[in-house]
Design a protein around this ligand. Structure first.
Ligand SMILES: [Ca+2]
Ligand SMILES: [Ca+2]
Ligand SMILES: [Ca+2]
Length: 206
């Protein structure tokens, strides 16, 4: 038969072990690790070892705190062209238009808010799914203009007015195919946007 003193010692040992396990679990998460909502801890030594922006080659164009490391988790990817949809004002009236690429060889569509097709669309001049970007590429014309990079076409870069007509000097050839939408921003402050794209394996700006 186990006496009261022995039982007290056993319970005390169990409590000490439980506290030790809890402290070990708590200390397993380093500041650079990420704790998921289910309690799992994702360790990322690479993230902790990444240099801060101020020491990242002394690049003055990097904002403080960058570059940052994205979370590393197993995921998935898609291959081939994908649907891409944009909403914006391409004619300067009071309503927004809806722009969508067709798969897998185009064309580019634009619909008005009431479901009617925008005059001058669809655009069939370039083949391949078109990833469109809206930007202020011609300030004299009301509304935003459209840049499109096309998947599966070596003549795959074009710029369009809201009425579907191509800009002069476009389209242009690509070194490789376009698999993602680009972006537009006025990085030199002249009031007209520049467009940035990523060809598969190549970076470009126009
Ligand atoms: Ca409009
Ligand atoms: Ca414009
Ligand atoms: Ca500009």
């Amino acid at each position: 038969m186990v006496g009261p003193k022995v039982l007290e010692t056993v319970i005390g040992s169990m409590l000490i072990a439980l506290v030790a396990v809890s402290m070990a679990a708590f200390s397993a998460a380093a500041p650079s690790d990420r704790r998921l909502s289910n309690g799992d801890i994702v360790k990322d030594e690479a993230r902790a070892a990444l240099p801060r922006a101020e020491s990242f080659g002394g690049d003055p164009d990097l904002e403080p705190g960058f570059p940052v490391q994205a979370l590393h988790l197993p995921g998935s990817y898609h291959g081939g062209p994908a649907l891409h949809t944009l909403v914006g004002n391409i004619d300067g009236d009071a309503e927004l238009e809806i722009l969508v690429t067709g798969l897998a060889v185009g064309p580019l569509y634009a619909w008005n808010h009431d479901g009617s097709i925008v005059t001058g669309w669809p655009i069939t001049r370039l083949e391949g799914a078109g990833y469109m970007v809206l930007g202020e590429f011609e300030r004299e014309k009301p509304g935003l203009e459209i840049f499109s990079g096309h998947f599966g076409s070596r003549v795959g870069l074009a710029m369009w007015h809201g009425n579907g007509r191509a800009f002069l000097s476009w389209p242009r050839r690509t070194a490789n195919y376009i698999s993602t939408p680009g972006t537009a921003a006025d990085v030199d402050g002249d009031g007209t946007d520049e467009v940035f794209i990523c060809e598969e394996g190549v970076s470009s700006d126009w």
